[in-house]
Design a protein around this ligand. Structure first.
Ligand SMILES: CC(=O)SCCNC(=O)CCNC(=O)[C@H](O)C(C)(C)COP(=O)(O)OP(=O)(O)OC[C@H]1O[C@@H](n2cnc3c(N)ncnc32)[C@H](O)[C@@H]1OP(=O)(O)O
Length: 432
């Protein structure tokens, strides 16, 4: 890794391409005035309200921990506010087998409505991918506002999230009854315990959270205090009194019938099976509640099996969530554990010329991979986006082949499927 990723220079090729349009593409750096202008541009780019003084101070925290890039148009009416933004930071990503792979997380990609569709986002994205390569990071990741934007840069969806709506009047608890306790605690207490619990709970597809994330999720930022007083929090402590999980939720307005409050689960994080069961049970047995809605859940939630009537748990939607982009094929494929042994020669196409080539993937009985460049005839031909989708074990190579995103004979496709797909689907439980 680069000694200080925040000072990796702005990518010269993107700087030159944007300079041709009279635009300055630059690191935001440590100047608070520039950081605040960047935050204003981000809020505007996502159709948010103008941040007040307090919100700007709070947003400086992420400016200090991320590498932020802005694009300035000196001819604009407000030339100090960038017309485009992106930020990024290197982070561990949990991969199948329980190890972490370093990933370049990319966020807050915005282009002002006055400057859209003239290649500025392309400059930002290509610049980020080249910066990640310069940093020695083998993978880039992001969560997306629209699933139409990032495939062209070699990203593929790699985890999926479900939105669950549970009818609590039908969902009689038949799951386990753990021996620990669910305790009502302050949001501050959850914030203080969250990082430790989350780190133990992190499964494939997960990246570590940060304190500012929890301030925001739990409504603890001073600038958002008035909107979040209704957030309640519970913690599960095991028999020894160790915190093992928590849930934050909001009971919404019941309307005319006071027995029918909807509950929105803001987060439910469980480091143990006991914590998982106890927290769900608590939520599903709240009085005066008829429905519990939870977002960014796994597509294979055990809670479905913990209630008397499985149809009480309705999956409202399943959407792609984390997108991944391989930048170094050998390091990514060797970084994870595979489900079965086998050998395949993969021909990987990359239209940005960052990671493509022909590689022999050899997996031993323990699931450990060795990946070497080769000029043998390929068993499978695929784009880097399809390989990135398969990396975390959540995408089906059989379906990718049926869709024409992976070519090869059926036996080779099935071999990759058996090697890649994991029994537990990868999951990232939040947006970044
Ligand atoms: C990781 C994240 O931050 S996700 C958040 C993404 N940001 C947002 O949703 C905020 C609102 N939207 C925006 O700010 C802008 O519209 C952006 C950032 C999505 C696109 O910025 P632009 O500068 O207009 O994109 P740019 O002109 O570089 O387009 C590059 C290519 O993407 C395509 N494209 C851009 N936006 C979209 C879109 N929303 N849907 C489909 N295609 C798109 C363009 O047509 C172009 O295609 P081509 O290369 O085949 O010609």
């Amino acid at each position: 890794m680069h000694a200080d990723f925040r000072s990796l220079p702005a990518d010269p090729a993107s700087a030159a391409a944007l300079a041709d349009q009279g635009l300055r593409y630059e690191l935001v750096g440590d100047d608070e005035g520039r950081q605040d202008a960047f935050s204003q541009a981000v809020a505007r780019g996502f159709h948010g309200g103008a941040p007040d003084e307090q919100a700007l101070v709070e947003m400086r925290e992420s400016s200090r921990e991320r590498r932020a890039i802005g694009v300035w148009d000196d001819s604009a009416a407000e030339p100090l506010i960038p017309i485009a933004t992106v930020d990024s930071w290197p982070t561990p990503l949990r991969v199948p087998g329980g190890r972490d792979l370093e990933a370049w997380a990319i966020s807050v990609v915005t282009v002002a409505p006055t400057h859209r569709r003239r290649g500025i986002a392309r400059g930002l994205l290509e610049g980020e991918l080249r910066a990640a390569v310069a940093n020695g990071t083998p993978l880039a990741i992001l969560t997306v506002s629209e699933s139409t934007i990032y495939g062209r840069y070699g990203f593929g969806p790699a985890t999926w999230s479900a939105e669950l709506a549970i009818d609590t009047k039908r969902a009689r608890w038949v799951g386990p009854t753990p021996a620990g306790r669910v305790q009502l605690v302050s949001r501050e207490a959850i914030r203080d315990a969250a990082l430790g619990i989350e780190e133990r709970a992190r499964a494939a597809g997960g990246i570590p959270t940060w304190r500012g994330h929890w301030d925001r999720q739990l409504g603890l930022r001073r600038s958002e205090a008035s909107k979040s007083a209704d957030i309640r929090a519970v913690r599960y402590d095991d028999e020894a009194g160790e915190p093992r999980g928590f849930a934050a939720y909001r009971v919404k307005d019941a309307g005319a019938d006071f027995t029918r409050h909807p509950v929105e689960v803001i987060d439910l994080v469980a480091a143990t099976a006991d914590a998982y069961a106890a927290l769900w049970r608590y939520l599903l047995e709240l009085d005066l509640v008829h429905e519990v809605v939870a977002h960014q859940r796994s597509v294979d939630e055990p809670v479905t099996w913990m209630v008397s009537d499985a149809r009480a748990v309705r999956t409202r939607s399943v959407t792609d969530h984390l997108w991944a982009r391989i930048l170094d094929v050998p390091r990514c494929l060797e970084g994870r554990t595979w489900q079965r042994s086998g050998r395949l020669v993969l021909d990987v196409a990359d239209n940005l010329d960052l990671a493509g080539g022909r590689f022999a993937l050899e997996v031993d009985e323990a699931g450990a991979a060795r990946v070497t460049a080769t000029d043998e005839a390929p068993d499978l031909t695929l784009g880097v986006a399809a390989l990135s989708s398969a990396l975390l074990g959540g995408a089906s190579p059989i379906a990718l082949a049926a869709a024409g995103r992976l070519e090869g004979d059926a036996a080779a496709v099935e071999r990759l499927h058996g090697m890649a797909v994991t029994p537990v689907p990868p999951c990232l439980g939040f947006w970044f």
